[in-house]
Design a protein. Structure first.
Length: 303
């Protein structure tokens, strides 16, 4: 747009031109990056002349680590294939759907799972010896149900449970906001502020970010090799500590039961279990597999 004689503005037809700010930025970066290939080539040639003088040995823990290479196979063995069936207050023909919301008692949840185990019309019904873990979460109020689900699903990320957690939280939000009537917004609407992603800036940004990363890497040479190795050692120790802590930091409580045998015998055993309570909100699942559920049993059924 351009100014008019009257002090206003008017639309003006212009041709697209590569921005000077972008061109200057690229030129400044290339003054360094264009020399990298030559410097690297000289460094490699220098290393070749020192090959016979260098003596690189194995890490002092390499032998111990080599003895533990079988742990990956054991880890993969813990990952088993199976199926999960879930009942929740919001499922059609499962929960009791009223104007005030969906409800499902533990007793009804157990009866529904038992009925499903005996559903001969389902072609995906497990056959032969099966291992199963029953897991259940209950609450007396919707707020407690949503809070407990949010806590548990941070650890136990069963898709059905995550969906129930989202739906429970949504129902609470709807109940809170149903009396609020916002003013009508005229069109077009303002969208939330976000980065302006469009060509040709996207392509320029990708290319330039790669060059800037190279410059930042070169600038990091303020620290010598020994200093970098010291920083790397500290970072690795912190990461290993973080991993060990996060594995043990599990939150949430559920009801659980371990089952095994044929599907029919599992249904009978589940039918004979005592109902934990008579809460109004329940989500329950059966994790089933033809392979022992070692990890899941230790996670959910350990006292």
């Amino acid at each position: 747009m351009a100014n008019t004689a009257g002090g206003g503005v008017m639309w003006q037809k212009t041709s697209l031109k590569w921005p000077t700010s972008a061109r200057n930025l690229a030129n400044q970066a290339q003054t360094v990056t264009q020399s990298i290939s030559q410097v690297n080539r000289q460094a490699v040639e220098t290393l070749f002349t020192l090959t016979h003088d260098a003596n690189f040995g194995r890490h002092s823990l390499s032998a111990d680590a080599e003895k533990s290479l079988g742990l990956r196979a054991k880890l993969e063995a813990l990952q088993v294939a199976g199926t999960v069936i879930t009942v929740s207050p919001y499922q059609f023909e499962v929960g009791e759907l009223l104007d005030s919301g969906g409800y499902l008692s533990p007793d009804r949840a157990i009866k529904t799972l038992v009925s499903k185990l005996r559903d001969l019309s389902d072609t995906h019904r497990p056959k032969g010896t099966t291992y199963g873990i029953g897991v259940m979460l209950t609450a007396q109020t919707l707020g407690e149900f949503a809070t407990n689900l949010q806590t548990v699903t941070q650890t136990l990320t069963l898709p059905d449970w995550c969906q129930v957690a989202r739906q429970s939280r949504t129902l609470i939000d709807i109940d809170t906001e149903k009396y609020h009537q916002p003013l009508a917004v005229t069109q077009p609407r303002f969208k939330p502020k976000a980065l302006l992603h469009a060509q040709p800036f996207n392509e320029f940004n990708t290319t330039q970010m790669a060059q800037l990363a190279t410059l930042e890497s070169l600038a990091s040479d303020r620290t010598d090799v020994i200093g970098k190795l010291q920083a790397l050692a500290v970072k690795r120790a912190e990461k290993l500590t973080q991993l060990s802590t996060s594995i043990m930091d599990l939150k949430g409580q559920v009801y659980s039961v371990a089952l095994s045998g044929t599907v029919e015998s599992m249904a009978t055993a589940l039918q004979n279990t005592a109902v934990p309570n008579n809460h109004q909100f329940t989500v329950a699942s059966l994790i089933l597999s033809d392979t022992p559920l070692t990890f899941w049993k230790e996670l959910l059924c350990s006292p």
